[in-house]
Structure formats: structure tokens, C-alpha cells
Design a protein around this ligand. Structure first.
Ligand code: NDP
Ligand code: 8X3
Length: 263
């Protein structure tokens, strides 16, 4: 029996990848959903499908987490409708570019810092006071192995995910004295639209990232997140690092030429 059945989960970045996989997984377990992202059509399609398939309530809204005014407006509407999330999955995020700092594009830096760090803060700031007032809530932040070890040309993306790790630890201290839980889930290579976004739409470059080994799927990560949110309220996973078996650490990946991917 799922502990999240009947609960309300808000997922940022639900239009793709890990966020969409979590929406599917949570709905299948009977959770009601609020789905946020910038691509509204995708959200609407997912919301309609999950509502019809699982009989849960799904609210979808176009929200750019960088836009603090929009975040607060949507959050106020939910709070006003007595729809304070039980689960907040701070998943919206991206890498933009892969280059040395001396060659880097400040536009890429702004996108990453504004989304991965400030966006996560905007959303958390909007809901945490209401979770605390109600005495119930679980925040899960999507970190990364990139928040544990820096890799060549990862610089700013690494900094944002180190930042997410610090914020997870900091938030967990800040909610001391309340029953609120704060967790981090830190994946390694997951084949989603992530690399296509990083390489500004270059699909061949993106595909090459996952060649020669079986990367995680978004559903694999959703499994881990489902485990984290399904634990009893007195149990909290502070941080979990999940990698493909072939990824021995951030640098060492067993790539087999011409390998056939499993699963
Ligand atoms: P995807 O690119 O498939 O999904 C990213 C999601 O974030 C999309 O739904 C996108 O929606 C949303 N998003 C991006 N910017 C914004 C914004 N400003 N406001 C609202 N939503 C936004 O990648 P993943 O699913 O892989 O990434 C999800 C999270 O997992 C990210 O935080 C990423 O850093 C992290 N991660 C990914 C790994 C990987 O290898 N794939 C490994 C470790 C961590 P839209 O464009 O419609 O707004
Ligand atoms: C995504 C994992 O190693 O591609 O956070 O940066 S990596």
C-alpha cells in the first residue's frame, strides 16, 4: 500500500524526463498532482492522460521557476484553494553549455544559476511556510553526482548542484523543530532531454554521452524518488546517490564499443 495515495505532490519540470516520470509514478500510486514547467502543451497532455488513467486530480500550470512573481502567484492560488503540497519535488533544472570558464557564455551561466539555484529557492520559499504552518510536508531536491565531484568544463553546472546540496542541508537545519522532511536525490547519467538541452539541441552530441553503456532511465530515478517519499514520516533519506552500474564514479564509465544496451 502506497503511503502517498491521496497526497498532493507538486513537481517542477514535469514536462520531460525525471519530472514526467515521477508524475506518472506518483499518479499510479494514487497521488494528486500539480505539474509545473514552461511547455504548457506537454503538461496538458500529461495531465489529461494521468487524470483519465488513474482518476487522480492533476492541475497543470505554465510556471518558469525563475519568475518569482509567477511562482508566488501560482503558489498563492494553491494555498488559497487549500492545496498546499504534501510533497514538493524541486526537479526543474538544466545544464547549458560545456566549456571552460574562460570561454564560457554568461547567458548559459545565468540560465543555470537562475533555474537550478534561485528557481529552487523561489519555489521552496513559496511553499515551506505553509508546510510548516500545517505541520506536514516533504521537500525533495534533485541534486546530481555533479554536486559531489567537479568534472572538466562542468564548472557552473557543478557549482549549481554543489549549491543544491548545500541548500538541501541548510533547509533541513532550518526546519528543525518541525516534522518537515528535506531530502536530496543525486543521479549520475540519466538519458533524458538533459544533454540535448546542454548542447543546445545538438542531438548527435547528446546521444554520444550515453553510448556504450546502459544509462539510468527517468523511470529508474522515479523508482528511487518513490522509495524516498514512501518512507514513514519519522524516516528521512538525507541524500541518495544513484548511478548506472557502469558509472563507477563521475569519470570512470565502462563503455563497451558496439554494446547493445540492456533493458
Ligand atoms: P530534462 O531536460 O528531460 O527535464 C528538465 C525539466 O526541467 C523539463 O521539464 C523542463 O521543462 C524543466 N525546466 C527547465 N527549466 C525550467 C524553468 N526555468 N522553469 C520550469 N521548468 C523548467 O532533464 P532531466 O529530467 O534529466 O532533469 C531533471 C533534473 O534532474 C534537473 O534538475 C537535472 O539537473 C537533474 N539531473 C539530471 C541528470 C541527467 O543525467 N539527466 C543527472 C543528475 C541530475 P520546460 O522546458 O518545459 O520548462
Ligand atoms: C547530470 C549528470 O554528469 O551529466 O547532473 O553532469 S552529469
Amino acid at each position: 500500500m502506497s503511503r502517498i495515495a491521496g497526497k498532493l505532490a507538486l513537481i517542477t519540470g514535469a514536462s520531460s524526463g525525471i519530472g514526467a516520470a515521477c508524475a506518472r509514478r506518483f499518479a499510479a500510486e494514487g497521488a494528486h498532482l500539480v505539474l509545473w514547467a514552461r511547455r504548457g502543451e506537454r503538461l496538458e497532455r500529461l495531465a489529461a492522460d494521468l487524470g483519465a488513467r488513474h482518476g487522480v486530480t492533476v492541475r497543470a500550470a505554465i510556471v518558469d521557476v525563475r519568475d518569482r512573481v509567477a511562482v508566488n502567484r501560482e503558489a498563492d492560488a494553491l494555498v488559497g484553494a487549500r492545496a498546499v503540497p504534501d510533497i514538493l519535488l524541486n526537479n526543474a533544472g538544466l545544464a547549458s553549455g560545456l566549456s571552460r570558464v574562460q570561454d564560457g557564455d554568461p547567458v548559459d551561466w545565468d540560465r543555470m544559476i537562475d533555474t537550478n539555484v534561485k528557481g529552487l529557492l523561489n519555489v521552496s520559499r513559496a511553499f515551506l511556510p505553509h508546510m510548516i504552518a500545517r505541520g506536514r510536508g516533504h521537500v525533495i531536491n534533485l541534486g546530481s553526482t555533479a554536486g559531489h565531484t567537479v568534472y572538466p568544463m562542468g564548472n557552473v553546472y557543478n557549482a549549481t548542484k554543489f549549491g543544491v546540496r548545500a541548500l538541501t542541508e541548510g533547509m533541513n537545519l532550518d526546519v528543525a523543530g518541525t516534522p518537515i522532511r528535506v531530502s536530496a536525490v543525486d543521479p549520475g547519467y540519466v538519458e533524458t532531454e538533459f544533454s540535448e538541452v546542454r548542447f543546445h539541441g545538438d542531438r548527435d552530441k547528446a546521444k554520444a554521452v550515453y553510448e556504450g553503456f546502459t544509462p539510468l532511465s527517468a523511470d529508474d530515478v522515479a523508482d528511487v524518488i518513490a522509495y524516498v517519499v514512501n518512507l514513514p514520516e519519522h524516516v528521512n533519506i538525507l541524500d541518495v546517490i544513484v548511478v548506472p552500474t557502469a558509472q563507477r564514479n563521475i569519470y570512470v564509465v565502462d563503455r563497451q564499443p558496439n554494446s547493445t544496451k540492456t533493458s
